[in-house]
Design a protein around this ligand. Structure first.
Ligand code: PRP
Ligand code: ADE
Length: 194
């Protein structure tokens, strides 16, 4: 299913979107994530063509936007962000879960569908005035991306846009997050059975 965001992402009728969607797996989650319609992008990573098309779409969008920072959210933003950063000539800045970064950090706590968490960023990684995008696999409540935006803005960076492969239905029609544009490729996959 790709219609939900196609009108907004400028890719209406682009066959790459359906192939990307088909490569994502909807799974019935258990443990602390019980009841969550879990979207598994590891199957997208196994499909070379769909994975490359995903990265290519983001690269085409951001290559001429004078972006110097691609910030990726741990863990799944790390699977897309570095490749995009290399292709557009930007640095990659990891936004990590607590106590993973060795240098001086700033931190932002946030709420998730299944609990709460915190993101940290090295203070010296980004300079004031730099133009940044934030990359993650999925936006659900938007709490994670909002924390990422706050971290970058606290050091004086300009967040140009947040980009995700998947947007949960709750974000339908919400084209902005904390005042920043939100760029989404596809809607979630249905779960066949639990
Ligand atoms: O829009 P939100 O409600 O904030 O949720 C989206 C976030 O949740 C998932 O990560 P998760 O926190 O599960 O961490 P993981 O990638 O380390 O599994 C996903 O990769 C996003 O980062
Ligand atoms: N439904 C979901 N599937 C995968 N990751 C998520 N992160 C938050 N909600 C999620």
């Amino acid at each position: 299913m790709v219609e939900m965001f196609a009108a907004e992402n400028g890719l209406k009728g682009d066959p790459r979107l359906q192939a990307i969607s088909n490569a994502i797996r909807g799974v019935c989650s258990s443990g602390e994530k019980t009841g969550i319609m879990f979207q598994d992008i590891t199957t997208l990573l196994l499909d070379h063509k769909a994975f490359k098309n995903t990265v290519d779409i983001f690269v085409d969008r951001y290559k001429d936007m004078n972006i110097s920072v691609v910030a990726g959210v741990e863990a799944r933003g790390f699977m897309f962000g570095p490749t995009i950063a290399l292709a557009i000539g930007a640095k990659f800045v990891p936004l990590r879960k607590p106590k993973k970064l060795p240098g001086e950090v700033i931190a932002e706590a946030y709420e998730l569908e299944y609990g709460s968490d915190c993101l940290e960023m090295h203070v010296s990684a980004v300079e004031a005035g730099e133009r940044a995008i934030v990359i993650d696999d999925l936006v659900a409540t938007g709490g994670t991306l909002s924390a990422a935006i706050s971290l970058l803005e606290r050091v004086g960076a300009e967040v140009v846009e947040c980009a995700c492969v998947i947007g949960l239905r709750e974000v339908k029609g919400q084209r902005r997050l904390n005042g920043k544009p939100l760029y989404i490729l596809v809607e979630p996959r249905e779960i066949d059975s639990c």
